[in-house]
Design a protein around this ligand. Structure first.
Ligand code: NAD
Length: 448
């Protein structure tokens, strides 16, 4: 099939390259000329494991190409995916749909013959209706079926997620789209990934419901970690004890510094706004958003408490900046708020991240960026592990300790254990685990 993807970021590029790998003829379009130029030179603008190899092989096979103008590919395409960003609208937290609507207008002018226009971007319920309306009013002759096909991939595991999804959700209003979308995803369907057809509005709601539920699950275990600290329990064991219950499941029950990233913060916020607009507020999600926002600054207070209550003039070494491992994405990363909280109190912050430092430099300028974990430890008063990259899981603790001014480790991802850290001479703090058996520093205590 001939497919055009408009927007070649994390989602558009992964979607495009995977669909090309399934055998479709794909053109990935982006208005960012630098991005397209880089892709044409074989350079991948984002860090995503396995992506570079897959782009290379599909470009070589002739099934994948890149363009900056819709006119290059949309007229010939049977399917056009919209995969542009839907960030939080400045000021009110609604999803900002201007990029989606701009693409809808451009697509309307460029389509030729029956075309399925698929919204892959995460959009509020009713956006598909508006996209259909925009296309109809921009070009009355356009023969399109507007479909919602939200994406559930995770950065860091995006290719595997796209190729082995738990489900594919397709929201349609025009029956002609059913056969077309089945053909797009045929290789997955044959692999027994359930292809679930719903109405367009239901599909739009499923995406927000899934993200908000996962954000709530993370937030639940984070609050449980606080209770463990106050009451003397071990959150990892609580999570295991809960997660072994099949009705609950063990995923997204890892206590930490709060969720971040390009999706959960903006999508939970957008769902809150959507629900309020419909007069049907989602109070659990509203509370989740508040708790998560407060948690990031609470983590800086935890670090300050680990430094004896004052970080002025002290050197804080930060391991990991991205919102999770295996991505270079810094959008809404908890590290941003945590570091800002430390800088505000007069700390000097030195940081290292395997792939996130370029993006981080744009967001937090006053940090000194270095090129290894051991350089971070140099003369540091405390080390704070914020993102659990694999390379931070087996650090040479003796070497780190030797480089530091004082051997204090605040492990916000519970990567190490109290026993292991103390064996190497560290004073160790983690999240939701008792002192002496995981090492903890209560948030209440930290706030004092
Ligand atoms: P992104 O910012 O990485 O990419 C968006 C791209 O669209 C950019 O390269 C931008 O230049 C391009 N663009 C904007 N307007 C354009 C236009 N008029 N014509 C051509 N290109 C245009 O965004 P992303 O992370 O890929 O997210 C895209 C959508 O997918 C969002 O709605 C997001 O919520 C959703 N989503 C993201 C993820 C994720 O993990 N990143 C997962 C699932 C869903």
């Amino acid at each position: 099939m001939k497919i055009a993807i408009v927007g070649s970021g994390y989602v558009g590029l992964v979607t495009g390259v995977c669909l090309a790998d399934f055998g479709h003829d794909v053109v990935c379009i982006d208005k960012d000329q630098a991005k397209i130029g880089a892709l044409e030179r074989g350079e991948i603008p984002i860090y995503e494991p396995g992506l570079a190899e897959l782009v290379k092989s599909n470009v070589a096979s002739g099934r994948l190409s890149f363009a900056t103008a819709l006119a290059t590919a949309v007229p010939a395409a049977e399917v056009v995916f919209i995969a542009v960003g839907t960030p939080s609208r400045r000021g009110d937290g609604h999803a900002d749909l201007r990029y989606v609507y701009a693409v809808a207008r451009e697509v309307a002018s460029a389509v030729s013959g029956f075309t399925v226009v698929v919204t892959k971007s995460t959009v509020p319920v009713g956006t598909g209706d508006e996209v259909a309306h925009i296309i109809a009013t921009t070009n009355a002759a356009a023969d399109v079926a507007v479909v919602s096909n939200p994406e559930f991939l995770r950065e860091g595991a995006a290719i595997d997620d796209f190729k082995h999804p738990d489900r594919i959700v397709v929201g349609i209003e025009d029956e002609r789209a059913r056969a077309v979308m089945s053909e797009v995803y045929r290789p997955l369907y044959l692999n027994k990934s359930p292809l679930m057809f719903t109405s367009r509005r239901t599909a739009e709601l499923i995406k927000y419901a899934a993200n908000a539920f996962l954000a709530m699950k993370i937030t639940f275990i984070n609050e449980m970690a606080d209770l463990c600290e106050a009451a003397g329990g071990n959150v990892q064991e609580v999570a295991r004890g809960m997660g072994l219950d099949n009705r609950i499941g063990s995923k997204f029950l890892h206590a930490g510094p709060g969720y971040g990233g390009s999706c959960f913060p903006k999508d939970t916020m957008a769902l809150v706004k959507i629900a309020q607009d419909f007069g049907s507020p989602m109070r659990l999600v509203e509370t989740t958003v508040q708790i998560n926002d407060q948690r990031k600054r609470a983590m800086s207070r935890k670090v300050i408490a680990a430094c004896g209550g004052d970080v002025r003039g002290k050197t804080i070494g930060v391991l990991g900046l991205t919102f999770k491992p295996n991505t270079d994405d810094m959008r809404e990363a908890p590290s941003i708020d945590i570091i800002q909280g430390l800088l505000d109190k007069g700390a000097r912050v030195v940081a290292y991240d395997p792939h996130g430092m370029e993006a981080a430099k744009e967001l937090i300028e006053t940090v000194e960026y270095v090129s290894s974990s051991y350089a971070v430890a140099e003369d540091a008063d405390v080390l704070v592990l914020i993102t659990e990259w694999n390379e931070f899981r087996s650090l040479d603790l003796d070497r780190l300790r030797a480089a530091m001014k004082s051997p204090v480790l605040v492990d916000l991802r519970n990567v190490y254990s109290f026993e292991e850290a103390s064996k190497h001479g560290f004073t160790y703090f983690s999240v939701g685990r008792p002192v002496g058996a995981g090492g903890t520093l209560g948030l209440t205590q930290a706030a004092e």
